[in-house]
Design a protein around this ligand. Structure first.
Ligand SMILES: NC(=O)c1ccc[n+]([C@@H]2O[C@H](COP(=O)([O-])OP(=O)(O)OC[C@H]3O[C@@H](n4cnc5c(N)ncnc54)[C@H](OP(=O)(O)O)[C@@H]3O)[C@@H](O)[C@H]2O)c1
Length: 249
């Protein structure tokens, strides 16, 4: 095979939030295998170290940051990019807790909206400063099928992912003059810790019946995210792609 035509992230500096587990960890592992220099971000240091140890190649690093503290994001971005601007950002960090309406209290809603949506806006805003991200970079948000077809007890979660979807078209237009692309992926159910918690809460059965390709692996998500981070998706921006095992069809 001619290597010039292979999908790669050679020498790209990619920031991956939520890299301590699940989809973020799998994306970091694949991005590094595809040649990227990866900056990992989350709160749990031991788990971030485990991800770091699983990465091929050199120059990777990890950064602790609680994304619910929006004011901490810009200084972190400055530190992360001190050794070179970003070529890509995948926002995999998120909270996936389901609660019935009676338990959907203000603190719960606020936290979901801040981590799933608000921190994504702040990550993009702080990165979009000229010296922090290169022209031609790619930014990807992780959304969910719940934004379009949420189940009982998913009100706040579904709304936080719908907010991510709503953000994509207008910001993609603002970023386009610099060739920076912005997309999101609405994932169906994937085999991660979040899914286990969802299952423990009684969820999963009904949704999985509609997801006729079965439960996704984190590696399936990583492939879609790395495609969107790569030049193979050069003509895709401002859109929300479904990677859902058929659930929305
Ligand atoms: N699994 C699914 O079926 C599924 C389906 C559709 C969409 N999604 C979305 O995919 C994304 C990743 O989920 P996952 O399934 O991989 O779950 P996961 O294994 O629980 O990962 C969640 C990640 O988010 C990070 N995180 C949570 N709160 C944070 C905070 N305040 N600050 C910084 N990082 C924080 C966690 O890191 P720390 O705890 O170390 O901070 C962890 O790395 C989420 O946005 C989720 O909504 C998942």
């Amino acid at each position: 095979m001619n290597k010039d035509y292979a999908l790669n992230l050679d020498k790209r500096h990619i920031l991956i939030t939520g890299a301590s587990s699940g989809l973020g960890r799998a994306t970091a592992v694949l991005a590094a295998r595809l040649g990227a220099r990866v900056s990992l971000l989350a709160r749990r240091e031991n788990e971030l170290r485990e991800t770091l140890n699983a990465l091929e190649g050199e120059g990777h690093s990890y950064w602790l940051c609680d994304l619910s503290r929006l004011e901490d994001i810009e200084p972190r971005i400055r530190e992360i990019t001190a050794a070179g601007p970003l070529d890509g950002l995948a926002h995999c960090a998120g909270i996936g807790r389901n609660r019935p309406l009676a338990m959907t209290r203000p603190d719960f809603v606020r936290n979901l909206m801040i981590v799933n949506f608000g921190s994504f806006v702040e990550l993009i805003r702080s990165s979009a400063k000229k010296k922090h991200i290169n022209d031609g970079a790619s930014i990807v948000g992780v959304s969910s099928v719940a934004a379009l077809k949420g189940d009982k007890s998913q009100g706040a979660y579904a709304a936080s992912k719908a907010a991510v979807n709503g953000l994509v078209p207008p910001l993609a237009k603002e970023l386009a003059p610099r060739g920076i692309r912005l997309n999101a992926v609405a994932f169906g159910m994937m085999k991660t810790e979040m899914y286990r918690i969802f299952q423990d809460g009684g969820g999963g059965g009904e949704e999985l019946r509609g997801q006729y390709l079965g439960l996704g692996d984190p590696e399936d998500a990583a492939k879609v995210l790395c495609f969107l981070l790569s030049d193979y998706s050069r003509f895709i921006t401002g859109t929300v792609i479904a990677a859902d095992g058929g659930y929305l069809s």
